[in-house]
Design a protein around this ligand. Structure first.
Ligand SMILES: NC(=O)c1ccc[n+]([C@@H]2O[C@H](COP(=O)([O-])OP(=O)(O)OC[C@H]3O[C@@H](n4cnc5c(N)ncnc54)[C@H](OP(=O)(O)O)[C@@H]3O)[C@@H](O)[C@H]2O)c1
Length: 330
């Protein structure tokens, strides 16, 4: 029997910070799966900064569900490889139900962990932090580390990996609540509220031994402040530049200190999570171990209902989330 479903569409391309009226909840009817297909009822949708540039640069089509990672359960199947009750993970976007032929859908074996962990600490954002820190950043035990957007999904994992490796860890975040969580719950050494005082000065005061690895999530003023603090041979794995994503062409602003790359022989290298695919088993081994023994903590900011999806996405740019931003569907 066909089911009623709702989807989140982009109806107008944003300039600057998106507003809720640029999105629309569209009601639709999903037909029964045909032979070789199955029906998924989505349970959680992942909200990610990378969705933002696509809204303006045309990669996200208008009047189609927003592309995003999702976890759901199979509720009817005429497909040989997927059975009713299977928990699945896919990128078919912001919608309550979807029919699939299996392309781009994988069955999720959560191995005893809550399935939502595979949307963050055991999933894409955790893998990003692990690969960026240990492979691109070539982190060594006991180094001095700075992580920006440290109370977010990627940043909180990156900061804790450095702490697990015995590093001195400085993190930046945009509120005192986030800084308290970083210092008191995640046990990082110093959390800087970049919205108070002068970041450049506060980072200089915190980084008494300089910085060997700057895990870059923000760009702009953060990169400008970090470069003069880098030690000789320092590495900057460039994960993202969220401060730029609402600008035209996602252009970053305000970096005036690049000459330090020469003086300090700094390596700055961008990466995307798919670069590390061949190391996925090693990542899962490490991260499942750290989560199971309590060394790796996590937090979810859950927005309830598909009606909250646009606000959840906008909230990434106003700092609404601590840890991973998710939308839970009814
Ligand atoms: N390379 C890859 O494969 C890959 C994969 C996933 C994510 N990423 C990147 O990793 C970064 C973090 O992503 P995430 O999913 O973990 O998101 P997140 O950190 O959970 O959420 C975004 C956070 O960024 C901070 N922020 C927003 N605008 C800011 C600004 N102008 N200046 C400073 N901080 C700002 C906000 O926290 P505050 O309250 O602290 O401001 C917000 O909570 C992003 O740059 C993203 O593009 C890269």
């Amino acid at each position: 029997m066909a089911v009623a479903s709702r989807e989140v569409h982009l109806i107008e391309r944003p300039e600057g910070l998106p507003v809720a009226t640029q999105f629309e909840i569209v009601e639709t009817t999903i037909d029964d799966p045909a032979e070789g297909e199955f029906l998924i009822r989505n349970q959680y949708m992942s909200v990610d900064p990378a969705m933002r540039p696509r809204l303006s640069n045309g990669q996200q089509p208008l009047h189609k569900p927003l592309g995003a990672g999702t976890i759901g359960v199979v509720t009817a199947s005429r497909h040989s490889a997927f059975a009713e009750g299977d928990v699945v993970q896919h990128g078919l976007g912001f919608r309550e139900y979807v029919v699939s032929d299996g392309r781009g859908v994988s069955r999720l074996d959560a191995a005893g962990f809550p399935p939502t962990l595979y949307m963050h600490v055991l999933g894409p954002t955790g893998f990003t932090a692990w690969g960026g820190m240990l492979i691109t950043g070539e982190l060594k035990d006991g180094e001095n580390v700075f992580v920006s957007a440290a109370a977010g999904a990627v940043g909180s994992v990156a900061a804790q990996i450095a702490r697990i490796k015995g590093c001195y860890v400085i993190g930046s975040a945009g509120s005192s609540e986030k800084c308290e969580w970083l210092e008191n719950e995640l046990s990082i050494d110093v959390a800087i509220n970049y919205k108070e005082g002068v970041l450049r000065k506060n980072l200089k005061a915190a980084a008494t031994q300089g910085i060997d690895v700057y895990f870059e999530n923000v760009g702009g003023e953060h990169l400008d402040a970090a470069l003069p603090r880098m030690n000789v041979g320092g590495r900057i794995p460039v994960c993202g530049m969220i401060s730029a994503y609402n600008n035209f062409g996602a252009r970053s602003t305000g970096v005036t200190t690049l000459s330090n790359m020469v003086y300090q022989r700094i390596t700055m290298r961008g990466f995307v999570v798919t670069d590390f695919e061949e190391k996925r088993e090693k990542f899962l081994d490490d991260m499942r171990g750290w989560v199971a023994d309590g060394q790796m903590k996590y937090r979810e900011t859950v927005f309830e209902g598909i009606e909250q999806a646009a606000d959840a996405l906008i909230g990434l740019f106003t700092g609404e989330n601590i840890g991973k931003a998710l939308v839970k569907l009814d």
